[in-house]
Design a protein around this ligand. Structure first.
Ligand code: NAP
Length: 281
């Protein structure tokens, strides 16, 4: 059986470490605070936000939300982001994707100051990633890199395949793997022969959003499989990854479970970034 890349266990270690850092900050009179801007009508977003708040509060942090409704105007959204950017008691701001479609998310992200972008998804933060400059890194790919690092998975010289090119996941994951000296290929919906690309990959990161699309028979034997997918499937009680775990696990040398792999690492990385923002304040 492959090594299980246990994001649940590692995220617990990270959260324990965060508690200690939060206590040290308390001695300086600082309490890390994250504010989340979220579409109040979107149950999936609210579920994620609840989990983030629970873990933040367990670590001793303050977690607030600002609900966006169908009647929220673009001007109100931008004013709120400006206020949060200027409020010295706020260390991190998360704009939970997706916002309602009548709002311009890109303008919202451009308004948010990079020093509070603890999700690392503003153009300023992404530019810093491209330029190898310090800054907050996107929470999900950062969580993936922490998992690989924790389990001693060497990236240098390896063929890494990232399936998916979203701004929040696929593209920054590819850049972070490149930074670790992997030879990176990025696949997407227009790529041809995905099984052929998978067959070359020593490290495969699935960020597609298609339940169980990647099959074990596509994999290179011994591949490291990181499944960032989180898909609701009717009739299944838990979310399902982009990789078909049952067929992938016997071929892989290491694999993330879903749930319990990348998901908890995303939240831990977001909170880690927030505590770092407070430490830098
Ligand atoms: P997204 O914005 O919808 O992007 C999906 C990507 O997959 C796109 O680049 C798309 O290609 C590509 N794609 C779609 N169908 C494909 C196919 N048949 N073959 C190859 N590539 C294909 O999704 P996302 O936000 O990146 O999220 C991806 C998955 O990760 C989802 O399941 C999401 O729930 C999950 N997720 C998990 C976490 C976490 O914390 N674990 C965080 C964020 C997202 P095109 O660009 O050509 O359309």
């Amino acid at each position: 059986m492959p090594m299980l890349l246990d994001g649940k266990a590692l995220s617990r270690e990270i959260r324990n470490d965060l508690k200690e850092r939060v206590e040290k900050l308390a001695a300086r009179g600082i309490r890390p605070r994250i504010e989340v801007i979220v579409a109040a009508q979107d149950p999936a977003s609210l579920a994620y936000v609840r989990m983030k708040r629970k873990w933040a509060e367990e670590a001793g942090m303050i977690s607030g939300t600002w609900d966006v409704t169908p009647s929220t105007t673009q001007e109100q959204l931008i004013e709120k982001i400006r206020d949060l950017t200027q409020d010295a008691s706020v260390h991190g701001v998360l704009i939970q994707h997706p916002l309602p479609s009548h709002l311009d998310e890109n303008e919202a992200l451009l308004t948010l100051g990079a020093e509070k972008d603890v999700d690392g998804i503003t153009p300023q933060s992404l530019g810093r990633l491209v330029a190898d400059l310090p800054g907050f890194r996107c929470a999900t790919p950062l969580g993936i890199m922490k998992l690989l690092d924790h389990y001693g998975i060497e990236c240098a010289g390896k063929n890494a395949l990232v399936i998916g090119r979203s701004v929040i996941l696929g593209k920054p994951a590819a850049l972070m793997l490149l930074q670790k000296n992997a030879t990176v290929t990025v696949a997407h919906s227009r790529s041809v022969d995905l099984p052929g690309l998978c067959a070359q990959a020593d490290i495969l990161v699935a960020a597609v959003g298609r339940p169980e699309m990647i099959r074990g028979e596509w994999l290179k034997p011994g591949a490291v499989v990181v499944d960032a997918g989180y898909n609701k499937v009717e009739g299944r009680t838990t979310d399902v990854g982009d990789c078909h775990f049952e067929s992938c696990a016997p071929v892989a040398s290491a694999i993330t479970p879903v749930p319990g792999g990348v998901g908890p690492m995303t939240v831990a990385s977001l909170l880690d970034n927030t505590v770092r923002a407070a430490e830098l304040s």
